[in-house]
Design a protein around this ligand. Structure first.
Ligand SMILES: Nc1ncnc2c1ncn2[C@@H]1O[C@H](COP(=O)(O)OP(=O)(O)OP(=O)(O)O)[C@@H](O)[C@H]1O
Ligand SMILES: [Mg+2]
Length: 479
């Protein structure tokens, strides 16, 4: 791995030289500049991991250089050098996004320590990013993301069945990715350059659905002013995707059975027999077997459709996929709207892991899309960006209504199969959860919550700050 690259900007020659020597001696790749403008030119020319800059410089100053580092295309983190007694400017620099600051006069060891810490954080971030990319590649097939065991089996099946002409029945709750799977099968099949036709069987009444599927002759029924080809004909040599197949009437079921058995049919109101070569993929949220026993679905048709069944598990049964999916959508969305979002905050991640997602991946997608729209550039997504409720209890507001996301997040328990965390981590997690549930109980009243918890208001404020619970920006006076 290449050494950490550093840009050092200081106008005092002696300081600059001693820092340069000290940093080079430990093996960093360092370039130095004597003025802000010189530093800016170097920053714009190359990619540095770290900028170490004096705040006060002739020309463009340290804060100006820091701003350049914060541009989305840059990955440079800044360490600011401040004059003794100028705490306020140091605070401003931190607010503007500096990683840390160091006050003059300082020992070289102090500087080296800060640099070493930052370079470790950066290495970890890079590692995470690489890992994420690798995971995405391995656990992503045609946009279907999942590392859960059942999802991996689904992906294997999708790959295998794509190469055949077999009829596929995709079953799963709303938003679990049935259409995505149908798309992937077609686009990975030898028919990929031919038509991919979709019909939503629930959207049309029986007679219209029949005409839609098989076409009609001129005058077949009132309003049939000219001959029209049906979806089966349009899908010739390609794939036909019949969505919500559980909704079709018994009459249409008979016709469908015939096409599947004989590969031929007549248009509504016509005599000509039409032969087609169509690969069929069907999807349903229903338990078709149950529909069969209750007499609503023909058994013979069921067996014809259920040649290769693909069952998509609901998201609540594959929680290990939640964060990967969230990152996947976050990457796509922020790229789409050109907004550099830093990622999910630990609190947001925790809530996502707890939530049951009745709307499955579609609901998660909508949540992230909203968060990207509401979230602030270069900052992490917070729980309240996800739910979008202005009166979210997390914000300390009085919720007029609590959305399912929050109430579950506040009271729910994560199933933890691995008992691998340290006592300190477990204690912190418990503290955080408990504070959240007390805040929910007091409907955001900090005074009451502090009383119940046996803390001062300042004490509660400090804990909340530590655990990323938003309860107001101003620190309360000691009481
Ligand atoms: N495993 C997955 N990886 C990535 N995106 C997914 C996954 N599953 C679903 N999605 C996304 O979630 C959204 C909903 O998926 P899709 O439309 O395929 O669901 P569905 O099962 O057909 O839902 P419905 O029954 O409501 O029609 C889509 O935008 C899809 O891209
Ligand atoms: Mg669908």
């Amino acid at each position: 791995m290449s050494p950490t690259s550093i840009l050092l900007v200081d106008d005092e020659p002696l300081m600059r030289l001693s820092m340069l020597d000290a940093l080079k001696a430990v093996g960093y790749d360092v370039q130095a500049a004597a003025t802000g403008n010189e530093g800016k030119d170097l920053l714009l020319k190359g990619q540095f991991d770290i900028l170490i800059t004096d705040l006060q410089l002739p020309g463009i100053d340290g804060l100006g250089l820091l701003q350049l580092c914060k541009e989305p295309s840059r990955r440079t983190e800044a360490i600011m050098i401040t004059a003794h007694g100028s705490v306020e400017t140091a605070v401003n620099a931190m607010k503007a996004g500096a990683y840390d600051y160091i006050t003059k006069p300082f020992q070289m060891d102090e500087l080296l320590l800060v640099v070493e810490r930052l370079s470790k954080v950066q290495a970890l971030k890079r590692e995470n990013q690489q890992l994420r990319q690798q995971l995405e590649g391995k656990f992503n097939f045609q946009g279907i993301v999942g590392r859960n065991e059942r999802m991996r089996a689904v992906l294997e099946k999708v790959k295998l069945v794509a190469g055949t002409d077999s009829t596929v029945l995709v079953v799963g709750e709303s938003g679990t990715g049935k259409e995505l799977v149908a798309n992937a099968i077609h686009h990975h099949s030898p028919r990929k350059d031919q038509a991919f036709i979709k019909v939503s069987c629930a959207a049309l009444p029986e007679t219209l659905l029949e005409a839609e599927l098989f076409g009609h002759e001129k005058g077949a029924f009132t309003g049939a002013l000219r001959q029209r080809k049906g979806r089966f004909e349009l899908a010739h040599r390609g794939t036909l995707f019949l969505d919500e197949i559980g909704e079709i009437s018994l009459v249409v079921q008979v016709k469908l059975l015939r096409v599947l058995q004989e590969r031929q049919f007549e248009r509504v109101g016509g005599n000509e027999t039409i032969e087609v070569d169509v690969r069929l993929i069907c999807a349903t949220q229903k338990d078709l077997k149950k529909e069969v026993t209750q007499g609503r679905f023909r058994e013979d048709l069921y067996y014809r459709l259920n040649v290769v069944p693909i069952m998509l598990p609901p998201l609540r049964e594959r929680r290990e996929d939640v964060l990967m999916l969230a990152e996947h959508v976050l990457g796509n969305r922020s790229e789409h709207v050109k907004k550099a979002i830093k990622g999910l905050s630990p609190a947001a991640e925790e809530l996502l892991l707890r939530y049951s997602f009745p709307g499955n991946v579609r609901e998660l997608e909508n949540m992230i899309e909203r968060a990207v729209a509401l979230g602030r550039e270069r900052e992490e997504i917070q729980p309240w960006d996800l739910c979008g409720y202005a009166t979210c209890p997390f914000l300390g507001g009085m919720p007029q209504e609590t959305c399912g996301f929050c109430s579950e997040g506040l009271t729910g328990r994560i199933e933890r199969k691995d008992a691998s965390e340290s006592l300190a981590t477990a204690r912190e997690r418990f503290e955080r959860e408990y504070i959240l549930s007390v805040l929910a109980q007091t409907e955001g009243s900090k005074t009451m919550a502090a009383k119940i918890l046996g803390l001062s208001r300042k004490g509660l404020w400090e804990k909340c700050k530590r655990y990323g619970i938003a309860i107001g920006a101003t620190e309360p006076e000691e009481d």
